[in-house]
Every structure is written in structure tokens, then in C-alpha cells.
Design a protein around this ligand. Structure first.
Ligand SMILES: NC(=O)c1ccc[n+]([C@@H]2O[C@H](COP(=O)([O-])OP(=O)(O)OC[C@H]3O[C@@H](n4cnc5c(N)ncnc54)[C@H](O)[C@@H]3O)[C@@H](O)[C@H]2O)c1
Length: 258
């Protein structure tokens, strides 16, 4: 029993990393979770660990039908949805002059349009007084060479949060952004294989370290709960103070290893 007791949370990209940590934390806090992801294996793992506390559904957030289906499935299963976390996302690397248009579109589709679709269909069914959390990134406010699509998409998520907060506020629905810094997950394994990138990030973060997924999940738990009842349209940095510095120089780091 915890501060999300009796609530139902829909989470995209829930099978791994930050999304999975949020699912685990919400369940520990008393919620039931509707988990969407493109990884059947990851969803099966969630189901075998948490049983009836979690309902899983294959969902590609770039496909409107999938996202609509996830929301409908959540309502059919648990009768209400009180929390929505638009978490699914991934990065890519490539300088603007070299980045294929297909790769730009893939990241914008996943990181920005995916959040729009989750807001659209999650926002349509969420209970009055609910809480929506969009996972952006430190890169929404801190540029990184080689990450144009990701930075632009995440900056877009921050603005989308504010617009959604305005549109849904009359129903008491709160919409906030969490902006993680460097977190050790599958998504960042490429960065972790280049020690200089990690060292540079640590130097730039005031806390001198990177994060584990549960450190993002605890902030999500707060924003999902009534403890944050007067917070909406907020941009919450969870980056160990990384926003005070500058992002690691990725082209330099990658040129040193090639
Ligand atoms: N790890 C970091 O350092 C970091 C920092 C800032 C922001 N973020 C953001 O946090 C979020 C989660 O990232 P993570 O590090 O946990 O990554 P991760 O790779 O560990 O997990 C991402 C999950 O999303 C799923 N996914 C991928 N494409 C999908 C799609 N089209 N539809 C539905 N699910 C899909 C994957 O299968 C995976 O389960 C992302 O939005 C990411 O941009 C991560």
C-alpha cells in the first residue's frame, strides 16, 4: 500500500530501463499498470514478475491504432486510467550534414509523435484529476552535437507538455515533463562503451555521477501522486545538475575510438 493505491497507470516503453523502473515503482506504491511496448519478451517478463498487477499489450507508439488500442485495453481491463507516462523513446547519432532523412523521421516519430499519440489517446480516457508525465531529456534544454533529431524531439516534448496542460487543466488533469540526465539503461549502452563520454558527463554534473533508472522512477511516483497536486506544465530536471554544464563532446569522443 502506498501513495498510488487504487490508481491505474498506463506506461509506454515499460519493458526496459526507465519505463520498467517506473512500472515497478508504481506497483510498489499500490498502482496497477497497463504496460505497452514493442518487446513481447520484455512484456512477458513484467507479467511473470508482477502477475495481475500488470496488464501488457504490444504497442508501437508511432502507430496511432496501437496507442488507441493500448488505452482501450487499459480501460477494458482495469475500468479506469488515472496516470499516463509517455516514456517510449530512443536516440540516434549523426551530424546534421550526414544524417539520413529516414533516421531524422524515425526519431521524430518515436520521441515526439509517439508522445503526441500517447497524450491524444491517454488524455481522452484519463480520469478527471489524473496525472500525465512525459519523459523528455536533459537534451530538451542542452544541445548535443550529433543528436539533432533527439534534441529537437525532446524540446518538442517539453512544449507539448505545456500545451496539453492548458488543454486538460479544466478537467483537473496535470501534465508534467521529467527531463533525465544520463541514466544507465540499454539505450545508453553505446555511450557507456566509450568511457570518455561518461567521464565528461560526470564532470559536468554537479553530483559528479550518472543515474540509475529508479532515481527517475521516484520522481515519476511523486508527480503521479497527489503529493504534487498543484504541479502542472512543469519541466522537472532529474539530471544530477547536468544542466549547469555542457553535454559531452560526442564527435570528439567517437573520433578518438575510430
Ligand atoms: N537513459 C538515459 O540516459 C535517458 C536520458 C534522458 C531521457 N531518456 C528517455 O527515457 C526514455 C526511456 O529510455 P531508456 O533509457 O529507459 O531506454 P530503454 O531502451 O532501456 O527502454 C526503452 C523502451 O522503449 C521501448 N520502445 C522502443 N521503441 C518503441 C516504440 N516504437 N513503441 C513502444 N515502445 C518502444 C523499448 O522496447 C524499450 O523497452 C526515452 O524516452 C529516453 O529518450 C533516457
Amino acid at each position: 500500500m502506498g501513495n498510488l493505491n487504487g490508481k491505474v497507470a498506463l506506461i509506454t516503453g515499460a519493458a526496459s530501463g526507465i519505463g520498467r523502473a517506473i512500472a515497478e515503482r508504481f506497483i510498489a506504491d499500490g498502482a496497477q499498470v497497463v504496460a505497452g511496448d514493442i518487446s513481447q519478451e520484455g512484456l512477458d517478463n513484467l507479467r511473470s514478475e508482477f502477475g495481475d498487477r500488470v496488464a501488457t499489450c504490444l504497442c508501437d507508439v508511432t502507430q496511432e491504432e496501437d496507442v488507441a488500442n493500448l488505452a482501450a485495453y487499459g480501460i477494458r481491463t482495469f475500468e479506469h486510467i488515472d496516470i499516463v507516462v509517455a516514456n517510449a523513446g530512443a536516440g540516434t547519432y549523426g551530424l546534421i550534414t550526414e544524417l539520413p532523412l529516414t533516421e531524422w523521421k524515425r526519431i521524430i516519430d518515436l520521441c515526439l509523435t509517439g508522445v503526441f499519440l500517447t497524450l491524444k489517446h491517454g488524455g481522452a480516457v484519463i480520469s478527471d484529476g489524473g496525472s500525465i508525465i512525459n519523459i523528455a531529456s536533459l537534451n530538451a534544454i542542452q544541445p548535443s552535437q550529433g543528436m539533432s533529431a533527439y534534441c529537437a524531439a525532446k524540446a518538442g516534448v517539453s512544449m507539448l507538455t505545456q500545451v496539453a496542460a492548458m488543454e486538460l487543466g479544466s478537467r483537473g488533469v496535470r501534465v508534467n515533463t521529467i527531463a533525465p540526465g544520463l541514466v544507465e539503461t540499454n539505450a545508453t549502452s553505446g555511450m557507456f562503451s566509450v568511457p570518455v563520454i561518461i567521464e565528461e558527463f560526470k564532470e559536468n554534473a554537479t553530483l559528479g555521477r550518472f543515474a540509475q533508472p529508479n532515481e527517475i522512477a521516484s520522481v515519476a511516483s511523486f508527480l503521479a501522486s497527489d503529493e504534487s497536486s498543484y504541479m502542472s506544465a512543469s519541466f522537472v530536471s532529474v539530471d544530477g545538475g547536468g544542466n549547469t554544464g555542457r553535454y559531452p563532446n560526442l564527435p570528439k569522443a567517437f573520433s578518438q575510438i575510430s
